[in-house]
Ligand binder design. Sequence first.
Ligand SMILES: Cc1cc2nc3c(=O)[nH]c(=O)nc-3n(C[C@H](O)[C@H](O)[C@H](O)COP(=O)(O)O)c2cc1C
Length: 334
Amino acid sequence: MRTSDEIDKAVHAAVEAAAWAPSVHNTQPWSFVVSGEEISVRSDSDRRLPVEDPAGREMLISCGAALLNVRLALREMGYEPLVRVLPDPDRRALLATVRLGPAARPDEHTRLLHTQIERRRTHRGDFTGEELPERFVEAVCGEAAAEGVRLTPVRFAAGVRVLAALTRAAQEVHAQDQGFSLEVLRWSRSPDSTRRDGVPAEAYPREAEPGDGSPGFFARRDYAHGRPWGYEPPEQSSETGSPGVVALLTTAGDEREHWLAAGQGLQRALLFASAYGVRAAFHTQALELPQLREFIRLRLCSGEHPQMIMRLGVAPEAAATVRRPLTEILDERP
Ligand SMILES: Cc1cc2nc3c(=O)[nH]c(=O)nc-3n(C[C@H](O)[C@H](O)[C@H](O)COP(=O)(O)O)c2cc1C
């Protein structure tokens, strides 16, 4: 028999873990309802990005990553998580319910992934030139596959150049469009901000575009937007300046269930990579423009639906991040 203290501890630990998930612009577009042994994972559409993410695709990828953390935390505490994804079509915000299932000892792999939940960070910048072994990259992709989604390294140089060029074009379109610009401004934090969401100034480089003009350069989001915010990017040397391994996360379909699966696969791959000191940088601007996303789908994803564009590599210690407190995201019901 489980005591109510044990149940309480497990569900709280799971929601705390969920909060550490990555989310687009650190919007943290989720909330959780705990009732007895059940956790409901809900989307918070007030935190959806109306211009960049009208359909809520990126919001659900973010929530999918949070759902994976819930599952891992429960497993780590010795409970089999019993998950129902999108259990009620009439309640669109209800993305999943997770119940504490039978007792189950956590395996080593679960433990390894779990250790990274609070350590993983998004990288924004170049990587050192350290090569990632082929077998390691395959193992990262295997983590995504375990969630039913596909992570594919882009191995041909022309493919990398095309993706980089599309990212630069998308970034330029965003820069020229007031709606896109205002949305990024809204979610980038000033250096002295006490907000617990948005991208902290210590987490993005001062200049969005160092302007080296190389065809493999992936344009970054312009979080500083001309303001003297962000950290000073390190000097480039032969040791730095590598784009790393460029990879595409894709799904067979493009419905809400696929977006949630993409988030879970993404997070599993990121946690695994983080356990070996490998970090990810994201460049999702092109996927926010439907024509470019469709082009990438047809030309670079064998018809699968692109959900994330990322680079993987080794980088010096991680940047800052922030999260909202549990009191803001957790609703406890009898
Ligand atoms: C769907 C999605 C899209 C994202 N797109 C970008 C992006 O284009 N550029 C970027 O720098 N970070 C991107 N991120 C990373 C978030 O900004 C990051 O997760 C958030 O700021 C929290 O920081 P952390 O991951 O270091 O904890 C994305 C994350 C998600 C889940």
